[in-house]
Design a protein around this ligand. Sequence first.
Ligand SMILES: NC(=O)c1ccc[n+]([C@@H]2O[C@H](COP(=O)([O-])OP(=O)(O)OC[C@H]3O[C@@H](n4cnc5c(N)ncnc54)[C@H](OP(=O)(O)O)[C@@H]3O)[C@@H](O)[C@H]2O)c1
Length: 428
Amino acid sequence: MSAVVSDDERFMAAAIRLSRRNLGLTATNPSVACLIVRDGVVVGSAVTAPGGRPHAETQALAMAGEAARGATAYVTLEPCSHHGKTPPCADALIASGVARVVVSVVDPDARVAGRGLSMLRDAGIAVETGVLEREGRAALAAYLTRQTRKRPHVTLKLAVSSDGMLGRLGAGQVAITGPVSRGQVHVLRAETDAILVGIGTALADDPDLTCRLPGLEGRSPVRIVLDPRVELPPASRLARTARDVPVIVVAALGEEADDVLATPPSGLPAISPSRGEIDGGMVSPNSGVAAVGNAGSQPISPPEGEMAGRPEGGNPAASPNDWRARAAALEALGVEVLICDPRRLGDLLSALATRGISSLLVEGGARTAQSFLDAGLVDRIMLFTGPDPIGKDGVASPCVSGQMPRGFVLRHTARYGADIFEDYERDD
Ligand SMILES: NC(=O)c1ccc[n+]([C@@H]2O[C@H](COP(=O)([O-])OP(=O)(O)OC[C@H]3O[C@@H](n4cnc5c(N)ncnc54)[C@H](OP(=O)(O)O)[C@@H]3O)[C@@H](O)[C@H]2O)c1
């Protein structure tokens, strides 16, 4: 039995599909699509341009030209009503002479929030909202989360073995899933503003965290490492490629983070950062080290010629105050060292949202995944389960198929070669 699909749903589904094309490219604006349909024929279609401008509506109307008169416009998000860097799209629609506007999602931005719809109605245009709203909201999840929760939308991606493990202790990257799943993850990376891992993963796996699908190589997101003690080796792939694809190391330096720093990483002596001159400013004038929240920043003066990281990817040598040298070595490679206690994930996410990051893909490892779940900061879990066990010395996943944290509902499953994919969403 097949459901009857209205023309409005059919065209809105096409608009939503089109809107996904520029996900991850339009920060800080959402990736919105617009179709102009006249007598059942699409006469104009566009998606928000990379960089966020021009908006979809003005491009689609320009394509339609005179054919827009009397047509129906399908827009995935309510047309804007305010003068920003561009004039209101609601005005452009009115001026074009469209007879009807169909919208999937009403914009929660306080400057719009229904005003775009009112402008259209006041101009005598028939307006319909809520068409395929669930699908529209899913495509706009990053923008909607940043607008309403003031943080990026967080997707946790986990590749889990058949016995519930994420990897094997000391084994580096272990192939758990096959090429189809890995391709899906790369698509996900292309659609996301930033990827995040813990320093445990950066050290164990020495990952690239880039999108390497043919044709999408230019769409790698910003890469973020939670690295309280600035242990990322300058010889790591992440550091070495920081000038090509940005890397942010989130370090817990500053007075209030001394506890974190006093705890030695496994196998390392304690690092105790020197104090004083902490000004709480956002950017240290000498080093470029950015600070978030109350943790301050200090000028960094590296001991000449000293690079702390071990090329083979192990922990860098640590001695008191070496964090400055390590930070400077990373900065010399183009890495940004952001001072923000990585244990305070809420503060970190707010800071990332302020920078225009609307979507964040958390790619592990186990402790990082667990801490995002514990903090209630995961919106979606994408679980890829491979066919083989890891067995002895496995690193256990914080969640496995059938045992998801409370509040997550299964939206979709698929088979990718020998792997099973499950897509869970927080239900609130
Ligand atoms: N299959 C997959 O999908 C997948 C993906 C990624 C990684 N992995 C595997 O996972 C393993 C690494 O996992 P892991 O748990 O050892 O390392 P991890 O989660 O990548 O990193 C943990 C480290 O990050 C620091 N950290 C800073 N802020 C944190 C926060 N808010 N929450 C948690 N940790 C924070 C921790 O500091 P402290 O030392 O102060 O606690 C710790 O040193 C590797 O075997 C890797 O291959 C698997």
